[in-house]
Design a protein around this ligand. Structure first.
Ligand code: URA
Length: 251
C-alpha cells in the first residue's frame, strides 16, 4: 500500500489528484462544498465493530458447509460447478482474486464478458474504473480481495436469477469465512440487496455501514453504474472516504 500523505497541504493535494484520477467532475475540497452541490448521502450509521463472525454458527450453507483448508482448496473443489444452468454457458468460472490475507473484501455482482473470457473478476471497463477508485484511496488489487455473488456469467449480462444466487451464495460465504476480512464493501444493488436480504433501494443502502454476520459492510455504487451515470462518482468518493477511514481505524 502506498504511504499516506502527512500534512494538510499534502492531504489536500492528494485528495485533489485522487478525485481527478477517479473522475469526480468537480473537486470536493470540504464538506461544505459537498453539501451544496451533492444530494445528501444517506445517514451514516456508526460502524459495527468487527467481531467474531457468526457466518457459520447456525446455518448450513449447502456445499460450503464442508470446511476447506485453504482458499485454493475451495476454488479447486467448486470450479467445475454445474449446480445451475450457467455452468453450461460459461467460458470460465470466476472464483475471485486478490490478496487472500486481505482485511478488505469487495463483492460485486457477476462476471461480464471480459471476466468470463479471462476467469478473473473486474477485468473489463468497470474493473479499470474500480482500479482508479481503489487508487484514489491508496489501495491496489494486492491490498484487497474481490469476489462476486455469482461465479459464472449470466448470458447477455442480465441480472442474476434468484435460483442462481441461491446456488452460488454458499460459495461466497465460504470465501468470506476462509479469507476472514475485517471489512466488506458491496458494489451495487444486486450484491447489497442479496447480502443484506433486503429490497431497500441502493440509494438508501449506500454510504452506510451494515452488519454482515458480524463483519461491517459498506455499500456503494457499482463501477459499471458510474460508467453510465458519472454523477454518482461524487457519492462514491464520499463512500470511499468512509471505507478508508474505517480501514485505517483497524490499524
Ligand atoms: N461486474 C461485476 O459485478 N463483477 C465483475 O467481476 C465484473 C463486472
Amino acid at each position: 500500500m502506498k504511504d499516506k500523505p502527512g500534512n494538510i497541504y499534502q492531504l489536500l493535494r492528494h485528495a485533489m489528484v485522487a478525485q481527478v484520477e477517479m473522475g469526480v467532475g468537480e473537486l470536493i475540497i470540504n464538506r461544505k462544498n459537498v453539501k451544496k452541490t451533492a444530494a445528501p448521502p444517506a445517514p451514516i450509521a456508526t460502524p459495527v465493530t468487527a467481531g467474531e463472525s457468526d457466518l457459520f454458527a447456525s446455518e448450513s450453507h449447502g456445499p460450503a458447509a464442508v470446511q476447506y483448508e485453504s482458499v485454493e482448496a475451495h476454488r479447486r473443489a467448486i470450479c467445475e460447478c454445474q449446480l445451475c444452468p450457467l455452468g453450461a454457458t460459461r467460458n470460465k468460472f470466476v472464483y475471485g482474486a486478490g490478496n487472500i490475507n486481505a482485511d478488505l473484501m469487495f463483492i460485486g455482482e457477476a462476471p461480464g464478458a471480459d471476466e468470463d473470457r479471462l476467469g478473473e473478476p473486474f477485468v473489463g471497463r468497470a474493473g479499470k474504473l474500480l482500479d482508479r477508485i481503489l487508487a484514489a484511496i491508496q489501495f491496489t488489487r494486492d491490498d484487497i480481495y474481490i469476489a462476486n455473488i455469482l461465479k459464472c456469467r449470466p448470458p447477455g449480462n442480465r441480472d442474476p436469477l434468484p435460483a442462481e444466487e441461491e446456488k452460488c451464495l454458499p460459495y461466497l460465504l465460504e470465501q468470506i469465512h476462509l479469507i476472514q476480512p475485517k471489512l466488506l464493501c458491496a458494489l451495487g444493488r444486486v450484491a447489497a440487496q442479496k447480502l443484506l436480504k433486503t429490497t431497500t433501494p441502493l440509494g438508501k443502502l449506500r454510504g452506510r455501514w451494515h452488519d454482515f454476520h458480524g463483519v461491517p459492510m459498506l455499500v456503494t455504487y457499482h463501477p459499471a453504474a458510474l460508467l453510465r451515470f458519472p454523477t454518482y462518482k461524487r457519492d462514491t468518493w464520499e463512500d470511499m472516504q468512509l471505507l478508508r477511514a474505517q480501514y485505517d481505524s483497524l490499524r
